[in-house]
Design a protein. Structure first.
Length: 291
């Protein structure tokens, strides 16, 4: 199968190109731009290609009943208080946009509703992400596609039939499909990395991986299986308050993730068995019969 590549800003994503590594800040900023900037710094220092946020119009994404549910947090006593407290507005995103430009790292967002997509157009972000929860929302898929930018589609909690339908709605041009399991954190038996191979056989666009596991091994294995994109949640401290913190990487973990993924192509090699120059002195020293 001839696999299409996708260009995001100045980066080409696809087979034969370096894995595109996304540090997902998401809502781990806990409503603080200062904390968000610290995570941007972590992503830059460790060599990530991009950082990603999440954007919701709270009163559209959630029902009144859901927002009224009791949920104590630093923002108040209801789920609505929490959701609104975690949302950045234009002022905060202007500051984030300027900071990312200053640091030389691209940023974009998962938009959970059409209004949020329109909001993000103010910043001319290079691409969009469709969250797993939104995969079955045809109107959102079509609205996001109407912006003419590359799209990453996350596939957690979705059947193959649902994924095929979403891909049919979006089209495979300028699309990247991410294997994902929507448990936080994911257990080993839920990770199912061979789905990457399944996707690579069925779809002609780049395939990636959005991981929620503990540690870095599954994400590195995903790159070895051909993932052109790897996305992981990051945090300054996994003990911070918040639902995504336990499935996130701190700076040391992110450093090892990026380092190991960057080494993966060299480790895999080209499959041609050769005798390397550094082996020749060992032959002379150890091989009794030199055939």
């Amino acid at each position: 199968m001839v696999r299409k590549c996708v260009k995001i800003a100045d980066r080409i994503i696809g087979d034969g190109y370096p894995c595109f590594i996304i540090a997902e800040i998401g809502i781990n900023h806990n409503g603080s731009v200062t904390l968000a900037k610290k995570m941007i710094d972590i992503a830059v220092t460790t060599g990530c290609d991009a950082v990603k946020f999440q954007k919701r119009t709270v009163d559209i994404v959630y029902t009144k009943e859901e927002l009224a549910k009791e949920r104590k947090s630093v923002f108040g006593n209801t789920n609505g208080d929490l959701k609104r407290g975690l949302e950045f507005g234009e002022e905060e995103y202007r500051e984030i946009d300027e900071y990312c430009k200053k640091k030389g790292i691209m940023w974009f967002a998962s938009c959970w509703d059409e209004n949020s997509v329109d909001f993000m157009e103010k910043f001319d972000i290079p691409c969009y992400k469709i969250a797993s929860a939104s995969l079955t929302d045809d109107n959102l898929l079509k609205h996001t596609r109407s912006k003419g930018k590359p799209i990453m589609l996350s596939t957690g909690m979705s059947t193959m039939e649902q994924i095929r339908h979403a891909v049919a709605v979006l089209g495979e041009d300028n699309l990247i499909i991410l294997h994902c399991t929507s448990t936080y954190p994911s257990n080993s038996e839920e990770t199912n990395l061979r789905v990457i191979e399944t996707f690579r056989k069925e779809f002609s666009c780049p395939i990636g991986y959005s991981g929620h596991e503990r540690g870095v091994t599954p994400s590195v294995l995903a790159a070895a299986l051909g993932a052109a994109v790897v996305e992981r949640h990051i945090t300054t401290d996994r003990t911070n308050w918040g639902s995504d913190q336990a499935a996130s990487l701190e700076m040391a973990g992110l450093y090892h993730l990026v380092r190991d993924i960057r080494q993966t192509p060299d480790l895999l090699g080209d499959g041609v068995k050769v005798v390397y120059p550094r082996e020749i002195p060992i032959i002379e020293k150890l091989r009794r019969v030199k055939g």
